[in-house]
Design a protein around this ligand. Structure first.
Ligand code: SF4
Length: 462
């Protein structure tokens, strides 16, 4: 019998201990969501772009192997060294072998959710290699020894005072100074020295173009460019679903990506890498790590269209009030809850249930992934595979029996009403987590069934 876990509720409960933090986390992300709405409304062709992006990605997924081969051929012609990794272990081993060949034990890395997914930092640290994350938010969580809590805003869960304290401890800034401008300037100074002295830079990949063998990396801080242009070796790590067929398709995705992510019209730096500069080595690692398996799951393959904008997290009422760490996975929120069970059903069986299924994620997704439908479908798979908690399973069986037996249903309704009126504490008590944040509703004077009998059936309605 597979073991079931229910980690998300417990971790969300932990996040909810600090009500003030929960409130600004919720409000800040809702503000980002509102910015996204305004930016989307400036483009009359927004829905057309979403449709187009979805169809382009549909074509990519239907012909993934061909596009990958085309990309590899063109990248090789450009002088890029191409590596293939079946899983996270292979990815990490490939990166390590490149570092070993260069004889280096220090590197800079710009934001890459794939390397988070593969736990590259931890792996390299165990091998005695120092990784400096150069995205400001990533550096902050790295100094705090925490994983990112959001794919675009990695330290959104942190208060500025906590960041001031971290910088005081690690970068020597004055104690008590939490001024964001001051702290950013301090981080810039700290990172500049790392950029100038590291021989190897790792970046992620936002889009890889099959037609040309080039790839594009989007950042708001220019840290990927700084790292890649100063380093003697540039390693770009990408999931195999990041492909787009043609360069002109970039116009569709770049217009959608940042508007959806932060409400900006365009990312500050959209950097194109096509070939190594003279004397430089450029590597690209193409990583599967479960993507082929997800491609084979008819109901979930569309999740591979994701361009990692984070909009589904910003809008999700559960994510905003439970925090990214409650998803205990590199990619949090609604899309993470679809991707994670594919990697490990047992460990992530709780995540598809961390949703109200309100559908807001689906409404904002720039590539039109049917996110809430997929969450619902994952629930069915997980229950069928035996991963649903026993109590939930028993409750559902009880509900099914009640709803399919009218006489029992009416009796249960009457009994429930009696309990609500006479002994509400039997249901509304601290042992019942459902009532922790809820009040007992007033019991109705009569059931709908009784009302119907009195008012409609008497008047000749069936
Ligand atoms: S699923 Fe859609 S909304 Fe969510 S991160 Fe991916 S592209 Fe953005």
């Amino acid at each position: 019998m597979p073991k079931t876990i229910a980690e998300h509720p417990a971790l969300a409960d932990k996040f909810n201990q600090d009500e003030e933090r929960v409130n600004w986390h919720d409000q800040t992300l809702w503000w980002v969501r509102a910015k996204r709405d305004k930016a989307a409304h400036t483009l009359p062709e927004w829905e057309e772009l979403r449709n187009l992006a979805s169809q382009i990605k549909h074509n990519v997924l239907a012909n993934l192997s061909e596009y990958l081969i085309q990309f590899e051929e063109n990248a090789l012609k450009n002088g890029i060294q191409v590596h293939w990794a079946a899983d996270a272990q292979e990815h990490n081993a490939i990166v390590k072998s490149i570092l070993q060949k260069q004889g280096v034990s220090q590197l800079v890395k710009s934001k890459s959710m794939l390397t988070e997914e593969c736990h590259l930092n931890e792996y390299l640290q165990q091998e005695g290699i120092e990784v400096i994350d150069t995205d400001l938010g990533e550096r902050i969580v790295q100094l705090a020894e925490e994983p990112p809590s959001h794919i675009v805003l990695p330290c959104i869960h942190k208060k500025k005072e906590e960041i001031g304290e971290l910088f005081h401890l690690h970068l020597g800034t004055p104690a008590g100074n939490a001024d964001p401008d001051f702290l950013t300037a301090a981080a810039r100074l700290h990172l500049r020295e790392k950029f100038l002295t590291r021989k190897i830079a790792i970046t992620g990949v936002n889009f890889a173009i099959a037609e040309t063998g080039e790839f594009v990396v989007c950042t708001n801080e220019g840290n990927a460019d700084m790292g890649a242009h100063l380093a003697e070796v540039h390693i770009a790590c990408m999931g195999i679903e990041k492909l787009i067929p043609l360069r002109r398709h970039l116009g569709v995705f770049l217009r959608l990506l940042t508007r959806s992510a932060t409400g900006q019209p365009i990312t500050t730096y959209s950097s194109h890498f096509k070939k190594p500069r003279p004397g430089q080595e450029m590597h690209i690692v193409l990583v599967d790590n479960g993507r082929s398996r997800q491609l084979g799951r008819k109901d979930f393959r569309n999740s591979l269209k994701c361009i990692r904008c984070g909009a589904c997290m910003n809008t999700c009422p559960v994510y905003r009030r439970s925090g990214g760490h409650s998803y205990h996975n590199a990619i949090a929120g609604p899309i993470g809850s679809i991707l994670a069970p594919n990697l490990n059903m047992k460990d992530y069986a709780d995540l598809p249930f961390a949703s109200t299924l309100c559908g807001s994620c689906t409404n904002v997704c720039p590539v039109k992934i049917d996110i809430h439908d997929q969450l619902y479908k994952w629930r069915q798979v997980l229950v069928q595979e035996g991963y649903a908690p026993a109590a939930k399973k028993a409750a559902m069986q009880g509900m099914a029996f009640t709803f399919s037996h009218p006489a029992f249903y009416r009796m249960a309704g009457k009994t429930g009403k009696w309990f609500m009126k006479t002994t509400p504490f039997v249901i509304n008590n601290n042992l019942n987590p459902w009532f922790k944040q809820r009040d007992m509703p007033e019991p109705p004077k009569e059931s709908f069934h009784d009302w119907y009998k009195k008012n409609r059936q008497q008047n000749g309605h069936a």
